[in-house]
Design a protein around this ligand. Sequence first.
Ligand code: PGA
Length: 255
Amino acid sequence: MRQRIIAGNWKLNKTITEAIELVVLLKRENFGMNPPVVVVCPVFTAITEVSEQCAGSGIKVGGQNLYWEEKGAFTGEVSGSLLKDAGCEYVIIGHSERRQFFGETDDSVNLKVKSALTQTLLPIICCGEVLEEREGNLTNQILDRHIRGAFKGVSAEDAARTVIAYEPVWAIGTGKVATPEQAQDAHAFIRNILVELYSDEVASAVPILYGGSVKPENALEILKKPDVDGALVGGASLKAGDFAGIIRASSEAGA
Ligand code: PGA
């Protein structure tokens, strides 16, 4: 059975002190009887301290982005090997905010996915449509492009080590959550692309997370869907109590 994962994307929030405080509070929370893998993704500057705080707790750490070259004259960039060095096991790639504000494309996402896999980081590959695309019935076409683009030239063995996050852009930070049925349909569609690209075996190994306004109150219904293996949580991951509520919902859904 594939892993259930609840990942917190802290985005551009939390000083080092605040980040440590959040992890300290999170470690005191009850994660339920059947807890998922829990990942927190702080800003680069807080990764080392957060990793130290997480050591021995079972909470894993991820970066929010990486650059595909390992080192050299690339001012302002951080590579996968440096993320590993700071304590990361995961890295978010191709988040819609990166696509929207920082010129991320399917090609750069692909280079980053390959680089993460080479560095043995587990990529959390984001995909999802904007509102006009959903309203224009283009959701599947966009997901097809994002997924095929991200996995271009990635071997089956490597693909089996990835995580996908379906994040409808209209649901991110808006309070508008996709219905459990909309999430299930998109996840099943994505899994089917993996069957086409690779095999049933690879498709059933890859956890597909839902992201977009996940809260403790709406998490369980979404997480109970058969192709929803977890969540990528933004706003609600900034409060230990809310994030733990979502982790417990996963624990319950996975029981
Ligand atoms: P949100 O963000 O939970 O605040 O909607 C999700 C994300 O962007 O990963």
